[in-house]
Design a protein around this ligand. Structure first.
Ligand SMILES: [Zn+2]
Length: 401
């Protein structure tokens, strides 16, 4: 039945069918996700940023063991999970990206072996729950599933607090990783006691209670993922940026919990070239265009890190999926863009213009993406866009990938 709905959804042109098939299936049988998950070894991946990419990398790493079911189109709610597992057939393994709000529900339905908790930071201002409330939601979910091993980010106090119940003597434990964290503005206040969190050289501790950065087993050093035994595995990725080396280390840590040796998996990570069109590179009129999605303040900082010092187009919309409020633009320091040609476009280009003006970053406004391409010389063009602006540009580029 679910398969029929997916076929119908495709036939009527409403996307690839991955959500609608699952949604109809769940209406018919609310336990469908649990049934489809039964008998499989599953890893869940959740967090504000990086979960789609880390899921892809973890699925690639786990592929050492055999076929892996995964929701590779970013359909990260239970309907998407149901659909992904139904379509995959009887694979022994699954890696599922989970929207952070749905983590408790999906943990309960899928009884995973591992859950990777990447980070928690503010998302769209006008819809997200407070970051600390989300951490509390996760913490209760972790406490309710002591058999689930957590792979957690040691650099994010919200994650460390949320994962703490898994460190209890009768729980399945935590593997801590450190992938570096650029965005700190959502974790100056301790989620446990409300005191100030002090940071020194990458270390952090609460000034009012025992919460502090745990010693990470997996770290990143000079483009390599360093395993718990100290062995560095050089990560060769098709994806840009330091943040993706961190995502790769996380993926190797997840796969290791399934018995995958990092040396066997690391080579497979280079096969991940683009993630739902993100990082896609397209040639157009002699321009090598690369698309970077940046949907919240933390991911804008990461995008600046990934972008080469080439002409850069920024595109901002404020439609419903983006969040209607653009005041978050003032949370992001755009100064790293100084010294390169910057173009701006999108529904809310003028909000961006004000922000860049304040940040003293010179820019040129272009009405459309096509005009941006025409305005830059042949060579690299970096495009950083928020959600619907990104989708608009992908549509112009004939839905690359
Ligand atoms: Zn504290």
């Amino acid at each position: 039945m679910s398969r029929t709905a997916a076929a119908l959804s495709r036939a009527t042109g409403r996307g690839d069918g991955s959500v609608i098939g699952g949604r109809v299936g769940l209406i018919i049988d609310p336990d469908l996700l649990a049934h489809l998950a039964a008998g499989r070894q599953i890893a869940l991946v959740s967090g504000t940023n990086g979960k789609t990419t880390t899921t892809r990398l973890a699925a690639a790493a786990l592929g050492v063991l055999g076929p892996v079911a995964t929701n590779s189109f970013g359909a990260n709610m239970p309907s998407g999970h149901t659909s992904a597992l139904a379509k995959a057939g009887p694979t022994p393994y699954a890696v599922l990206e989970v929207d952070e709000h749905y983590l408790p529900q999906v943990l309960a339905a899928t009884s995973p072996r591992v859950v990777a908790l990447l980070n928690l930071s503010r998302d769209q201002l006008d819809r997200a729950k407070e970051v600390a409330m989300m951490a509390a939601l996760w913490r209760a979910a972790v406490a309710g599933h002591p058999a689930v091993h957590v792979v957690g980010n040691a650099d994010d106090p919200m994650v460390v607090w949320a994962a703490e119940p898994a460190t209890a003597p009768d729980a399945a434990g935590v593997t801590w990783f450190s992938a570096g964290q650029r965005w700190h503005d959502d974790s100056w206040v301790c989620p446990a006691c409300g005191s100030h969190i002090e940071r020194v050289d990458g270390d952090w501790h609460c000034t009012g209670c025992p919460l502090r950065r745990p010693q990470p087993q997996w770290t990143v050093k000079e483009g390599a993922a360093v395993a718990p035994d100290g062995t560095p595995y050089e990560v060769r990725l098709a994806l840009p940026g330091r943040v993706n080396v961190g995502n790769a280390a996380t993926a190797l840590a997840v796969a290791a919990r399934f018995g995958v040796r990092p040396g066997d998996a690391v080579g497979r990570l280079a096969g991940v070239t683009s993630v739902a069109g993100r990082y896609a590179q397209v040639e157009r009129d002699g321009r090598r265009i690369r698309l970077l999605l940046a949907k919240n303040p933390a991911s804008w900082l990461e995008a600046f890190d990934m972008a080469e010092p080439a002409p850069t187009l920024l595109s901002i919309n404020a439609r419903d999926p983006d969040g209607l409020d653009t005041s978050w633009l003032f949370d992001v320091d755009f100064a790293p863009l100084r010294g390169r040609p910057v173009l701006i476009t999108g529904d809310r280009a003028y909000d961006l213009a004000v922000r860049l003006e304040v940040n003293r970053v010179p820019f040129t406004h272009v009405p459309t993406f096509a005009e941006a391409v025409a305005a830059v010389p042949p060579g690299r063009l970096e495009v950083i866009a928020n959600y619907t602006a990104f989708q608009d540009i992908r549509a112009v580029l004939d839905r690359v990938l």
